[in-house]
Design a protein around this ligand. Structure first.
Ligand SMILES: [Zn+2]
Length: 203
């Protein structure tokens, strides 16, 4: 399930099944990675509730969301946060998301390439010693000096990278929406589409 956040001025909200206007809208650029947004919000709190639980309760609770859809493939929207009463809580959530991204940013590593065969070597920054190793692939000496490294990168898997990108994007988006005084809406993708099944001719 894909969650989508957006903010528009309160006076431009419309009810489902209309589509929310897209000429005056703020939307975070979230990576199109399955479940990255849910994971990004997991463990973060909003008004004494887990942010992810609040999102689910709004969209999948007894009372269906009533506001317009953000666009094709998405269902109705619900208000996730509304200024001014939710402003402090949303700014706290933004800070929390950035703290989580920092904590889970992964260890930094220096990277080298073998000059002969281009094999890559990454060594955590804390463990870097100026030594020469033999390339495991071709046997050529590789000088692990910081001057010859290609630079630093995070030792992090792509999914965790997408989760952290989502956290930074959401934090920036929440702050900007509150600065403009716009309500933050959330909607869910894929939900309203009727379940269809590719028909296979009976054998
Ligand atoms: Zn090599």
């Amino acid at each position: 399930m894909a969650f989508r956040f957006l903010a528009i001025p309160a006076h431009r909200l419309v009810d489902f099944p209309n589509t929310l206007p897209d000429d005056e809208r703020l939307e975070p650029e979230l990576p199109p990675v399955h479940e990255a947004v849910e994971r990004a919000l997991a463990g973060a709190e909003f008004r004494d509730l887990r942010a992810r639980d609040r999102m689910r309760a709004l969209l999948q609770g007894d009372q269906p969301p009533a506001l317009g859809s953000p666009g094709k493939g998405f269902g109705p929207s619900a208000v996730f946060a509304k200024p001014p009463q939710d402003l402090p809580a949303l700014l706290r959530l933004a800070d929390e998301l950035e703290d989580m991204a920092r904590r889970e940013a992964g260890e930094r590593a220096l990277v080298w390439k073998c000059g002969q065969c281009n094999a890559r070597y990454a060594v955590p920054v804390a463990l870097v010693r100026q030594v020469s190793i033999r390339c495991e692939r071709c046997g050529t000496p590789v000088e692990l000096s910081s001057q010859q490294s290609l630079g630093e990168e995070a030792l992090i898997d792509p999914f965790q990278g997408a989760v952290n990108t989502s956290r930074h994007e959401l934090a920036t988006f929440f702050r900007e929406a509150m600065a403009r005084g716009w309500p933050v809406l959330v909607s869910e993708g894929g939900a309203p589409a009727p379940r269809t099944r590719a028909s296979t001719p009976a054998a």
